[in-house]
Design a protein around this ligand. Structure first.
Ligand code: SAH
Length: 331
């Protein structure tokens, strides 16, 4: 696809064109992964963060937020609960919390690896040194999620304080890939100051970098952040970005994000019908989960994990797809 074709699809309101974009994305997904939709258990292990991203509710300057950290035992309990449901992937996500030093993270990874030798361990703990990423990898981590957020340097600077920059993030992504991780990049859709050209740049970056995973979800305002009064990203544009990513990265693992599920009740179903192939149910204990408030009105379903798993499986089957509890590595 050339740039003008992509920009046209980003802009179009034509229902037939949009429908055919989603249908093509689903065909491409099916060619590589069949009808499988993979499940990953998400564990939000800390909401402390030393960063101050303008969009994020767990940013350092949000004094209104009550903070929490899960202990090693809490985390392994979450994994046990997930293993009982049959999950083979655990995703540990958190703010950039200095309490969780490189050594501590490596200890957590080792403990999980020891107890669940067959499972995939995914980390999403922000920017660290190459040595840290190597340490985690040796401890048994397999995958790392670090969204690029926006591939345009000037736009990156509008979303982050001056001490953060796109080049450092890109360096982390390259290090992670070289070390041998399955790597996840991705961006927010509809973030403040974003233009269609920025979205095109995000797609082109992903096409070139070829991440194994691509997390794409709408920006949603959180009231205690500098962007608290900004409008959120739309369902439609987020779905188009998922579909376009699928066309440019046919083999990517693309989640139907919680953010989409948070703005519209069937958001995740729609994402699966636009080319996504991952669902990440939340295994975090309920009280902590509520405090992992990166944006307002975050979907908080699934207090009964087994019942919720059945509900999600029925949802997936309801749209003609098949829940798949295997590890679901990138192909
Ligand atoms: N510290 C980790 C995890 C951050 S939270 C890291 O740096 O990777 C995970 C993702 O949530 C972020 O990458 C960002 O894309 C998304 N996010 C944060 N605030 C958001 C908001 N207000 N709306 C939508 N997505 C948001």
């Amino acid at each position: 696809m050339n740039d003008s074709e992509i920009l046209h699809l980003i802009a179009t309101e034509n229902a037939d064109e949009i429908e055919s974009l989603f249908a093509r994305a689903c065909e491409v997904r099916e060619a590589h992964y069949g009808k499988s939709i993979y499940f990953r258990g998400l564990i939000e292990f800390t909401n402390y963060c030393k960063n101050d991203c303008y969009y994020c509710g767990i940013r350092r300057s949000n004094a209104k937020l009550e903070r929490y950290r899960l202990s090693l035992d809490d985390i392994t309990d979450c994994c046990r609960a997930g293993a009982k449901l049959g999950y083979k992937t655990f995703v540990l996500q958190g703010g950039e919390d200095p309490f969780f030093t490189d050594t501590r993270i490596a200890e957590i990874v080792s403990a999980i690896r020891g107890e669940f030798p067959d499972c995939a361990i995914t980390l999403s703990a922000g920017e660290r040194s190459r040595q840290a990423y190597e340490l985690f990898f040796r401890a048994g981590a397999n995958r790392y999620l670090l969204r690029h957020e926006t591939a345009t340097e000037s736009h990156y600077a509008q979303l982050h304080p001056p001490c953060m920059n796109l080049a450092s993030r890109m360096l982390c992504l390259r290090d992670l890939k070289e070390i041998g991780y399955q790597v996840g990049a991705g961006c927010m859709v509809g973030s403040p100051y974003q233009t269609p050209e920025h979205l095109l740049a995000d797609l082109r970056f992903m096409e070139t970098f070829r991440p194994h995973m691509a997390g794409i979800g709408p920006f949603l305002p959180q009231k205690d952040t500098p962007f608290g009064m900004e409008p959120g990203g739309t369902v439609q544009l987020s779905l188009k970005m998922i579909a376009l990513t699928r066309l440019l990265l046919p083999q990517a693992l693309i989640p139907a994000t919680t953010a989409l599920g948070s703005i519209t009740p069937n958001g995740r179903e729609l994402a699966l019908q636009a080319g996504a192939n991952i669902i990440m149910p939340n295994l975090t204990p309920l009280t902590a989960r509520t405090l992992y408030a990166i944006y307002d009105h975050k979907l908080n379903a699934g207090d009964d994990a087994l019942e919720y798993q059945r509900y999600l499986e029925a949802m997936v089957r309801g749209i003609g797809l098949v829940p798949d509890l295997s590890r679901g590595d990138a192909c």
